[in-house]
Design a protein around this ligand. Structure first.
Ligand SMILES: Cc1cc2nc3c(=O)[nH]c(=O)nc-3n(C[C@H](O)[C@H](O)[C@H](O)COP(=O)(O)O)c2cc1C
Length: 219
């Protein structure tokens, strides 16, 4: 019985938000890995994220971007992905009664950080993040900026004090990355670690080698 309950918790959807910070690739890779692992995902993309994706990936996404996104990620349209309009406050993720495994804002702009820290709900990303915190689920925000101003540092403290996990898009080098993809996978793997999501995205400290796609094999 206990095991069945655990399994059900593992099958709950992830909420993934991509906002307008540089490093959309982190969000894309996170999404790709979760969906390849048959993990259901509720995806939210801010307007500014659509702009950054144009700059960084040469992708022009309209309001209804799911098909284009899946094509870009080389995923079939049968994967368990749901996308939501940011103005739809009636969406599943706007309610705490919709059970999720938590929410990752990857990357998280300083604007979205500020909204989360001050409890603003000007779009569905902010509302879903507020819901995640109030329901005491894992909220991870992967901030990307340098340097940080005092206001942003204080906002990070506020989110951390409220129970959120504040992370920075800063890959390590102790695993001897050979490619940019290795560095991206290190960051995405550490993001997934915060949710207890088993992954073989990078070679861990003291490990002989990277257990490639362990998560895929175990599914
Ligand atoms: C190409 C590009 C790169 C950007 N990079 C960052 C960044 O790294 N960090 C950040 O906080 N904002 C960055 N911005 C600014 C945000 O997109 C902007 O503050 C926006 O209002 C954030 O909105 P959102 O939080 O709703 O996505 C960038 C904007 C553009 C166009």
């Amino acid at each position: 019985m206990g095991q069945d309950q655990d399994k059900k918790a593992d099958d709950l959807p992830f909420v993934v938000a991509i906002t307008g910070a540089s490093g959309a690739i982190y969000g894309m890779r996170l999404l790709q890995y979760l969906l390849e692992s048959s993990q259901p995902v509720d995806l939210l993309m801010s307007k500014a994220a659509l702009r950054v994706v144009k700059e960084e990936h040469d992708l022009v996404f309209g309001e209804d971007f799911k098909g284009e996104l899946l094509k870009y990620l080389k995923l079939p349209d049968t994967v368990p992905l749901r996308t939501h309009s940011l103005t739809d406050y009636g969406a599943s993720v706007a309610s705490g009664s919709y059970r999720t495994r938590g929410m990752a804002v990857v990357p998280c702009s300083l604007g979205t950080l500020g909204a989360i820290a001050s409890g603003l709900t000007e779009n569905l990303i902010h509302r879903a993040a507020a819901v995640t915190l109030k329901e005491r689920r894992t909220l991870l925000i992967l901030v990307r900026e340098m340097p940080f101003g005092l206001i942003q540092l204080r906002n990070m403290v506020t989110v951390s004090e409220a129970g959120g996990v504040v992370a920075c898009a800063s890959p390590g080098f102790y695993h001897h990355p050979q490619t940019v993809d290795d560095q991206i996978d290190f960051v995405v793997g550490r993001v997934l670690d915060q949710f207890g999501f088993d992954n073989g995205l990078f070679k861990r400290w003291k490990e002989e080698s990277r257990p490639i796609y362990q998560a895929l094999k175990s599914k």
